[in-house]
Design a protein around this ligand. Structure first.
Ligand code: CUA
Length: 181
C-alpha cells in the first residue's frame, strides 16, 4: 500500500463519516421534543461529540504517523557521514551543483541553500518522476539524503515559485554506475 493509498483510504472513511453524521442530523431535525427528551438528547450529543473528537485525534495521529514516518528527512544537526556530498546553491534563476556527477548505489548528501530567495530543490529521474526534494532557503542549509539506484541524467527543477524565471530554473545531475566513478 502506497502513502497515497493510505491518504485516499483515510479521506474516503472520513468523508463517509461526515456524510453519515449529516444524514443523522438531517433525520433528527424537525422532531418534536419534550423538556426531558431534549435534555437527554443534549447529553447524548455531548457524548457523541467526545467520541467523535477522540476518533478525530486518533485518525490524525495515525494518519500523520503513516504518512510522515518514512519521510527522507535526515537529522539536520551534525555530520551525516555520507561518502558523497553535493553542495547546492539556488539563485534566481539557476542552480549550482558541486560536483555535478554522483555515483549510484551509495547515499548522496545534498547540502542545499539559496543565495537570495526561497527556491524548491526537486530531483527528477530520467523518466520524469520526482525522487527527492527539499527547500533551498537563504542563510540556511537543508540536508537531503538520497541513494540513486538507476544511473542516468537527472533533472533539478525549482519547485517553488520564485519569479519570472522560475519555470526554466533547472539543471542536470549525472548519476553514473558505481564502477565507473
Ligand atoms: Cu527558483 Cu522557482
Amino acid at each position: 500500500m502506497t502513502v497515497q493509498d493510505v491518504v485516499w483510504a483515510i479521506w474516503l472513511i472520513g468523508s463517509a463519516l461526515i456524510a453519515v453524521a449529516f444524514l443523522w442530523i438531517a433525520a433528527q431535525a424537525g422532531k418534536p421534543a419534550g423538556d426531558q427528551a431534549q435534555r437527554a438528547s443534549v447529553r447524548k450529543a455531548h457524548i457523541m461529540q467526545a467520541w467523535a473528537f477522540g476518533f478525530l485525534v486518533l485518525v490524525t495521529v495515525a494518519g500523520s504517523w503513516a504518512t510522515l514516518h518514512r519521510f527522507p528527512i535526515p537529522a539536520q544537526q551534525g555530520p551525516l557521514d555520507s561518502q558523497q556530498v553535493v553542495d547546492v546553491v539556488g539563485r534566481t534563476w539557476s542552480w549550482t551543483l558541486a560536483p555535478g556527477t554522483v555515483k549510484a548505489g551509495s547515499e548522496v548528501e545534498f547540502r542545499v541553500t539559496s543565495a537570495d530567495v526561497n527556491h524548491g530543490f526537486g530531483i527528477y529521474s530520467p523518466t520524469g518522476h520526482i525522487v527527492a526534494q527539499t527547500q533551498a532557503m537563504p542563510e540556511y542549509t537543508n540536508k537531503l539524503l538520497y541513494r540513486f539506484t538507476e544511473p542516468g541524467t537527472y533533472t533539478i527543477q525549482c519547485i517553488e515559485y520564485c519569479g519570472l524565471g522560475h519555470a526554466p530554473m533547472n539543471a542536470t545531475l549525472e548519476v553514473v554506475a558505481p564502477e565507473k566513478g
